[in-house]
Design a protein around this ligand. Sequence first.
Ligand SMILES: Nc1ncnc2c1ncn2[C@@H]1O[C@H](COP(=O)(O)OP(=O)(O)OP(=O)(O)O)[C@@H](O)[C@H]1O
Length: 839
Amino acid sequence: MATTSSNSTQTQPSKRLLRPTSLFTPRRSLSTSSSSGSSRFSTSGPLNALASAKKFKAALSSEARVRTTVKTKPPAQSPAPGTPTKRDPSRPKTPGTPRLAEDDPHRDDRSEMDVSRVDPEDVLVDWETVEPADISGEVDENFPRAASNGDQDDKVLVSIRVRPSESPSAWDTQMVNTNSIKLLSQHHRNAATTPPVFHFDQILTGSDNKSVYNTVARNHVCAAMDGYNAVVFAYGQTASGKTFTLSGDDDQPGIIPRAMKDIFAFIRRTPAREYLLRCSYLEIYNETIYDLLAPASAPAVQLQGSGANVWLAPLREEVVTSLAAVRAVIARGWAARRTATTDWNDRSSRSHSVFRVVIESRERGDTNGGRQTPGVPSRPPTPGGPRLQSIGGKSVQTSVLSLIDLAGSEKATSDKERTREGKYINTSLLTLGSVIATLAENASKGKSDHVPFRNSKLTRMLQPSLSGDARISVICTLNPDASAVAESTSTLQFAQRIKKVQLNAKKKEVVDTDALLERYRQEIEELKNRLAEKEKEADAPGKTRRLSAREQLDESKAMKDLNARIKQLTNLILTSQTVDENRGDESRPASPSKVDFDMTPYQLQQELLSARREIESQATQILALEAALLARPELPPDAPESEKDRLLVEQARNVRELEMVIKGYDDNLGAPLRAVREDVEREWSGRLAVEEAKRKEADEWATELARALEKEKKARQQLEDERRALAAFVTRFDSLTSSTSATSLASLSNTPPARASKMPLARLPPIVESPVRIDLGGLRVEPSLLEEQWDGGGMILDDESFDAERAMIASSPKRTQNQGKGFDPPIREVLGGKENLPA
Ligand SMILES: Nc1ncnc2c1ncn2[C@@H]1O[C@H](COP(=O)(O)OP(=O)(O)OP(=O)(O)O)[C@@H](O)[C@H]1O
């Protein structure tokens, strides 16, 4: 296990509580909304972008050109260091929740940009094109190899980062070499028990973002460069340091800027490959997804697909070829993020923000542009951005690195709008928590309970990753103050649960299908020739001797093998074409032949869905081939017969090939898919019935519970009424007895009912059929004592205790003393409906 950075960072001056400014960008003025747009771009970024863009054959995009000419205002004054937990009341609050303003001068230029028309071959990055200045200066020789541990099952890497604070910490993070954290006992509520100790992969303290990046994110960035999907996210209470960890500030750049530097460093150290990098930046605000790189007027981003096949559209992806271009993209996205001043944080993130880098790579080689499936018309530009083509039999690796800054959980704030946002934030974080809890439970108990991914946009978006498709690192940030112990404990509990989630990320590779197809076709041709030769040999009239039975058997087996191989290759052609058609969707399985019947019904359903799409695309391809066939130029009428014959033969061969493809399609896809569909449908309907029965049972139970609760409430209310009546009565009675002499009491006891009824006592609510038996036995009872006893249940006696109590009271000397003074018979009778004092 890696060592914690706690020791190294603890010794540093750790009271830097600077507000993170935008990445690489001039600091924004404190409460200024991004709508001003004034300090949106980095002063250095655009210039660098211009410098490095010159290296490439084509300009990146119209937008890149626009960016290079952006004039930026001087940066706003640096924020003063201060405690992050208190807002300066004199400072105005952030107005609303800013987005890029409609009057943004660059908005229209951006909307004209069409990244999908960028030729991917023009925007490749390789070790030669990476500027030395664009890479991390801290990269060591082993860096690119630190990437991954293969396609192994693995767990989420969970680290805790405790933010420095001016108040004394309520947490003990110094337990030597244990990577554990514990609440100091003076802050533990239950003095009788010792506070629990939480264990994690890392406990980090201090303000050093470099060590944090190296410990929690670097391996994941390397894994993404190596073809695995990777997710790094920060979770924690508001103002606990999530944005500081992800984005950092000018002095302490966070994970996002460091990751981008490492990506370029990785490319520079990998001369054998070339890369295509596409960035996107989005936020989930009040359960709506906004593209932070799109114009403010752009429609909201929708989550499409389901299960493991979730994608976002329309989402702008910008091709980046240098760190300067990345900086500009991040700065633009950052400026459009919704932040506001809250009671706890001057620049609180009001949304979950996701910075994504799609990394495509292939082995370097001679490139002659993309390839095309024969007979199929050229493809339209890929929506959302260019895709890397596989050329010359080399595969293309695709992975996505997602760096997520979650909004912080928080209590109700003093501001109405912030409270509304807070509700959305808390709800989606709660859903994340319950998704994680179910996943953890499923993993640890081998269950397959329904996971409520669909309950929030955040969880639905993270579904493929949380379902095991990505390497995940989570940094849970803590505010160490005693006032935040409850929130910190809840964060630690979330962190513990996510540790149990099981991952199984796999590399995504797509092969060059043209090369494969060509190979298969050649092999089929050779095999057919061999088959024809063999048939010829067998039928040859000059054959000298008859074959023995054994030889005949061998011969027919060889023929059979040849036929089987031809059939297999035909199927492979089909499968390769299917893979090719799937190229745009990284998450889709390569081929239905990979259907694994041990998968869960849910996964099978996903497979079924993608298989259906494959069938559709296959059908389209067949149609395209047929159309190409029909569209062949007709021969001129005077064409020689031999030419006509040649074309006829060719036509017949094409028809045969098509028939083979269709047959392969039937053999390969039809039957297994039907079987899969039937299996899935059967299994799902069974599960549905079980779930419905369970739900019915739960509903009934809930109704029963509600009924019992109602009954309980009524009984309680009745008891409460009685208690009040009794207390009032005793108070009244007691005041009467204390203020009146024994003689006047005696006369009171003889007061005729008509007079007595005018006394306040007569207004006491009559209590009929009291379920509680009370006997004061003629004793004087202090009202306060009575209430106390009643509250504690002391007056509620079972039959046996009641009799014992009564016997004791009967023998009490005080009772004897009071007898004849009007205190007998017991007060119970008075409460039993007689409004008058006892005679
Ligand atoms: N480890 C740290 N070292 C120094 N300062 C920090 C550290 N963590 C946080 N801060 C400071 O604390 C303040 C709040 O941090 P930050 O904005 O990152 O919190 P957050 O968790 O992202 O909050 P929110 O959820 O409201 O967006 C900032 O001023 C930041 O500079």
